[in-house]
Ligand binder design. Structure first.
Ligand SMILES: O=C(O)[C@@H](COP(=O)(O)O)OP(=O)(O)O
Length: 480
């Protein structure tokens, strides 16, 4: 029995072909389809090779002058740009089509009867009377609704025709306008094609965000959570240019001012925290207190964990960076400080700060036994010890709707940024965070950033502060 459109039960007509014949035909069709698919696959491979050989003829470098090589490089860059643009255009079309397919499937689902339509009676009412019933006395004013509809349609069509790159350019203007207060990585405000370069580590994600003309205007809608990362205010040893790491140092006078100022700025913008996380080092806790105090949000719960501690700098702890640069070279110091997988020599019992660190009661409260705590760490190892805490403790808070502030350290924040933004091992070398500057990350429901991080505050000052941190690893000119 089946049900026809009128709702009556009707007898199913007997099929004209036997079951075995049907099976035979089905198998034949499937076989044919699989052969066709195979052929299509082979054609695609041949087509791919043809296009590649057309677009990428083997490089002839021998005998070329410097000038020729430079021209060749420029030409290759131009081609890469072209391919990039094409890729984003295709990605945007795919995303748009996928969305349309999803919408249509939804409509089909609805039409299939999941949504029951009410029984409607046919009535004869004039348009005038209908408007009167709907709008009351206002219908007189809106009588020109046809003309209005036309205008709306025209506008909609116009919006559809807009090139997605223009939307991104428009967004850049939005960012530019705000860049005095909301810091953006230098160079972000640029043409769409160069955005992908800055976000190269996760360009696929970005192609979906920025590459789709229908999605571009929705970028701000997709932001579901706000997360703030903060490197504590200047510590006493930051000022002396010594590797501080797991040595517990308080904020310098300037660090206290930085933390208070940070709180004032966040308050001015109306941010409200639901949870704060810090390391177990005083400079990060003290910073969190001062920020919350300046915001009048002292009551917000603070949770501390060693897993947010600064990277363990091993035997380098206590040493002066500029002196290290003089003795070991600036390159080596940069590798120690910023390399992703570079581990400094471990600290041992003969180190002047060993006892102070490992006899400290705070390290008996950790979720690992004291003798399993690190003796040195690369940034990669920081991320390894931080991730379980992030996933198990911080993520649930964010997902439950809390706006979270993580008041931590230069390298624990860099590790987290690397994870969240998908920064590559090589690109993370170029990320430096100044003290006391909040970094705002806007995340989607899966905690993926929906736009570039924003360093909040005066951009000129922030750039100067970043340079100052980078220069800490250079030889002091006076001592050369
Ligand atoms: O350990 C330290 O001295 C600095 C980081 O030093 P660099 O990685 O910048 O050398 O950590 P923080 O001041 O953020 O706690």
């Amino acid at each position: 029995m089946a049900i026809n459109v009128t709702g009556f039960r009707v007898k199913k007509p007997k099929p004209k072909i036997s079951a075995s014949r049907r099976l035979y035909l089905k198998t034949k069709i499937l076989k044919k389809a699989s052969t066709l698919l195979e052929e299509e696959k082979k054609e695609k491979v041949i087509e791919r090779e043809r296009i590649l050989s057309e677009r990428l003829p083997p490089l002839q470098l021998s005998g070329l002058s410097l000038q020729d090589l430079q021209t060749l490089c420029k030409e290759l860059h131009r081609k890469i740009d072209g391919v990039d643009d094409d890729r984003y255009n295709v990605a945007s079309k795919v995303a748009k089509n996928e969305k349309e397919v999803a919408d249509l499937s939804h409509k089909i689902f609805e039409l299939k009867g999941k949504m029951k339509r009410p029984n409607l009676k046919r009535v004869r009412v004039s348009a005038e009377a209908m408007l009167g019933a709907l709008l009351g006395s206002r219908h007189k004013e809106s009588i020109d609704f046809k003309a209005n509809l036309k205008t709306v349609k025209k506008e909609e069509e116009k919006r559809e025709d807009t090139d997605w790159r223009k939307n991104v350019d428009a967004m850049s203007v939005h960012y530019m306008r705000h860049s005095s207060t909301f810091g953006i990585e230098p160079g972000f405000v640029a043409r769409a094609s160069s955005i992908s370069r800055i976000w190269r580590p996760d360009s696929h994600r970005l192609s979906v965000l920025f590459g789709c003309r229908t999605l571009v205007p929705q970028i701000f809608l997709m932001s579901k959570h706000k997360l703030f990362l903060l490197r504590h205010g200047e510590g006493a040893w930051n000022k002396e240019n010594r590797f501080c790491s797991w040595v517990d140092q308080k904020l310098s006078e300037n660090g206290v001012l930085e933390a208070k100022e940070c709180g004032r700025m966040l308050k001015q913008h109306g941010y409200e925290f639901g949870r704060v996380f810090t390391s177990i080092l005083s400079r990060s806790v003290q910073t969190a207190w001062l920020v919350l105090e300046s915001m009048g949000q002292e009551w917000v719960p603070i949770t501390k964990s060693w897993r947010l501690n600064e990277r363990h700098y091993g035997a380098l702890i206590g040493l002066n960076r500029a002196e290290m640069a003089l003795n070991h070279g600036e390159e080596q110091v940069k590798l120690w400080r910023r390399g992703y997988d570079v581990t400094p020599p471990p600290i041992d019992e003969s180190h002047p700060y060993y006892a102070q660190i490992y006899n400290d009661r705070r390290y008996t409260t950790c979720d690992v036994p004291k003798d399993e705590l690190p003796k040195t760490e690369s940034l990669k190892e920081v991320l390894d010890r931080l991730l379980p805490y992030w996933n198990d403790v911080i993520v649930p808070e964010i997902k439950s709707g809390q706006t979270v502030l993580i008041s931590a350290h230069g390298n624990s924040c860099r590790a987290l940024l690397k994870h969240l933004e998908g920064i590559s091992d090589t690109d993370i070398v170029n990320v430096t965070l100044p003290t006391g500057v909040p970094v705002l990350l806007e995340l989607d429901e899966n905690l993926r950033p929906v736009k570039p991080r924003e360093l909040l505050g005066d951009q000129a000052k922030i750039q100067a502060a970043i340079k100052k941190v980078e220069d800490q690893g250079k030889v002091d000119e006076g001592k050369k």
